[in-house]
Design a protein. Sequence first.
Length: 340
Amino acid sequence: MALTAAIRADRRLPLLQVAKSALATVLAWVVAGALLGGPPPVFAAIAGLLVVQPSPNQSAAKAIERTVGVIAGVAIGSALGLAFGTQAWVVPAAVVTSLVFGWVLRMTPGVSNQTVISSVLVLALGVSTPGYAGARVVETIIGAALGLAVSVLLAPPVHATQALDRVDALGLETAATLDRLADAFTSPRTTAELEEMLLTARLLRPMRNAAESALSASTDALALNPRAPHFRPQIDHLRELLERFSGIVTQVIGMTRAVREYGGSGLVDEPSAPAIAEQLHRAAHDLRLLTSTPGELPENEEPALTRPLQIQTPSATNWMLIGSILVDLRRVHEAITAPL
């Protein structure tokens, strides 16, 4: 692994995120210093910095994690310091005790690490100072609260646009795959062309995963978000739409695989091939209507997948393929036309 890959991210954090982290750190330092006095409010500044996360929900989790870790670490460090003083072996003992404490209680790695750090800092900086441990807990709570407030109140992200783009892209590409599949019923395809069509169809799976990840990030961003009432209906609609698209993706990949494996040059000569191709094009048309960017379609375009399909008896060679295509096409039709 290259050294740069270990220390550099693929892309920069949003500048707003950097500004929020800086603001929370400075606020925590100033407010905790003004309220508590005494030693520099290092615990508050660190808490303010670490609590600011990409979403308010993550910030709340980090605030709880940070506060619990500090309280546990301060308690362990103070107890060992009061019992055994400042002997050299007390610090390693505090580290081991903190790690065992986190393991026994099944704490998250963040809580366990914070417990270790806090216990060491208490022993190194203030075990002999009266009230030092309690002040550091209060200081951490102040920093965490300010970091959470900055994260929630200062332009909390929603990620609705990214989720919309991902879901739309999945719907449009699935429609394009249906069109390519329809063309295979009207124009002969070589083995290489059928293989390429299947590989392209399988790319729908990572697109579906990307859409699911974008929706999960948006859902997480709405928790504790003051802007949630405005965006939640849109996110709920996108999630229902993604569930519909996911089922269609499965059927489309299955149809494409069946054509790749069993659809030879004689497929276009099937009596029902033109009718199946028409229905696949209609399904692609109606699928585009479900997206927010239907392309060149008129704004008030009505669904086209309405006319019943009449099938003539398929040949002995392709009857299994035609049957499986019809079953999958019916499922696609149901997924498109079912109410959200």
